[in-house]
Design a binder for this molecule. Sequence first.
Ligand code: SF4
Ligand code: SF4
Length: 92
Amino acid sequence: MRNLAEEIKKTEAVKEAKKEPKEDFEKVHIFEAWCKRCNICIAFCPTGALVADKDGLPVLIPDKCTQCRLCELRCPDFAITVRPKEAKEEKS
Ligand code: SF4
Ligand code: SF4
């Protein structure tokens, strides 16, 4: 009985851990540790989908993002990754 409770707890924890990066990687993923807050990606984003937070870290406005990948191409630190558009379209 005790083991079952432990198992359930573990399963819930794994579910939570898996959920987070998935949602985060919806369109654009920013690797905070690699980002030097230069804001080049924000300057090059043609739709204004990236804004800087109070620390200069880019934050995505998902509705404005067209997944054009310009931010990814312009980032000098490989700190931003855009999910390929096709992958999402195929899914739906
Ligand atoms: S261009 Fe790269 S390093 Fe510069 S703010 Fe954007 S994600 Fe960070
Ligand atoms: S993929 Fe394109 S539209 Fe989306 S945040 Fe990057 S530059 Fe902006």
